[in-house]
Design a protein around this ligand. Structure first.
Ligand SMILES: [Zn+2]
Length: 150
């Protein structure tokens, strides 16, 4: 962040001639001299802000024990894997793979599962548990697609 060479204030800085010397000063100090340019652009501030903002967006992940949660909730509802698959409009093999933890559900499927089973299997991404969950979801997404095609 540029700051005023006369008073040290930061903010909108302009180039101005003060007593024949070119200085970068704030708008109020610029009154004492001759302004050479309109507010000094501060490059890199905006892209940085944007990047920071994107990084702090809450990222959602599937909980590690989704398989157990899905299976026990389905059983509580008295549904077979087949019946449950029909309700979800998915193949029975998908349900089976989910319940043995072979694949993680995609986000849309996970939301459907949450609604249907009244469970929580999506959670906000936590830095501390990053490596494990990251690997799980990137591995299982491709795996999930393969299973779906089969
Ligand atoms: Zn100033």
């Amino acid at each position: 962040m540029p700051s005023c060479e006369l008073c040290g204030a930061s903010g909108d800085i302009v180039r101005a001639l003060v007593e024949s010397v070119e200085v970068r000063v704030c708008v109020s100090c610029a009154r004492y001299g001759k302004v050479l340019s309109s507010p000094f652009p501060s490059p890199a501030v905006h892209p940085q802000k944007l990047a920071k903002h994107a990084a702090s967006e809450p990222l959602q992940v599937i909980v590690p024990d989704f398989a157990a949660r899905i299976k026990s909730s389905r059983e509580k509802l008295g549904l077979s894997q087949e019946g449950f698959a029909r309700l979800l409009n998915e193949k029975k093999t998908i349900i089976h793979s989910l319940e043995i933890g072979k694949v993680a559900p995609s986000m849309p499927l996970a939301r459907k599962l949450e609604r249907l089973l009244k469970i929580k299997i999506i959670e906000d991404y936590q830095e501390s548990s990053a490596p494990q969950i990251q690997n799980t979801s990137s591995f299982t997404l491709g795996d999930f697609i393969r299973v779906k095609k089969a």
